[in-house]
Design a protein around this ligand. Structure first.
Ligand code: MN
Length: 254
């Protein structure tokens, strides 16, 4: 089995080291990951500057682009032919709306876009040093995650409960929930007296939605969500068609 591994926290983050070690129990590992932290870049692709790849140790290639760039170049330039793309392990959850901002999830979505079953893995604690506490459990869990990803044929988003939730209570298939951050913006002055702004939003509201990823992790379960790249709003097509036809023909050839 061949694995392509990426992340959005940079190639030197502890999480990717743990993930590569876990995957190496099951097959050959190639890492292609960003040179610096790219959390929150979503599915960005770099089109207007050149990208460089450098192998920093055997099988580990650093890229000065986004997680999407890494997967794209790994598949189409390095010509790796992975059986799976793994992305992570991200310190901090990717639940509900986080998925739309996440570079970790985008790494998996990019793999799935090119037909490779892909798994994004996040750990619901901000402490990246906690990831290693789950190495053994995640090593046992990985074959099940790979089976699920292969079966659903796309990207699977996995969230592991934080350590303070105690031992995992199980693993559940979920749908995306909702997660709202506070609208905090911190304003400071730079050394030349000009304002700069830092988007914060530490406090989080997660509505209680049965069957959601947020609820699963809140209750101490490992959450796995199958993600697609079709963002069409369910049910809206019929509403729009009806709404448009209620106005009558918009254009005429006269
Ligand atoms: Mn990250």
């Amino acid at each position: 089995m061949r694995f392509l591994i990426t992340n959005d926290d940079g190639i030197h983050a502890p999480g990717i080291e743990v993930l590569a070690r876990i995957a190496s129990h099951y097959g050959e590992v190639r890492v292609v990951a960003p040179d610096t932290e790219r959390s929150g870049v979503s599915h960005a692709i770099t089109l207007f500057k050149p990208l460089r790849l450098r192998e920093i140790r055997p099988g580990w290639t650093v890229c000065d682009g986004t997680p999407t760039d890494c997967v794209y170049l790994a598949l189409h330039q390095l010509d790796l032919k992975p059986d799976f793309v793994l992305s992570g392990i991200n310190p901090g959850p990717n639940l509900g709306h986080d998925v739309l901002y996440s570079g970790t999830v985008a790494g998996a979505l990019e793999g799935a876009h090119w037909g490779v079953p892909s798994v994004a893995i996040s750990h619901c604690s901000g402490d990246e040093n906690e990831i290693i506490l789950f190495e053994q459990q995640l090593t046992s869990l990985l074959p099940r995650l790979l089976d699920v990803a292969k079966k659903v044929g796309g990207a699977v988003n996995v969230n592991l409960p934080a350590h303070n939730k105690g031992p995992w209570k199980g693993i559940v298939a979920t749908r995306m929930g909702q997660r709202f951050y506070s609208n905090e913006v911190i304003t400071r002055n730079d050394p030349r007296g000009r304002h700069y702004y830092w988007i914060g939003g530490a406090s989080v509201h997660m509505p209680d939605i049965e069957g959601s990823d947020c609820n699963a992790v809140r209750d101490g379960f490992v959450s796995i969500t199958a993600l697609g790249d079709d963002l069409t709003r369910p049910g809206a097509l019929d509403t729009m068609t009806a709404q448009l036809s209620s106005h009558g023909p918009e254009f005429s050839n006269t």
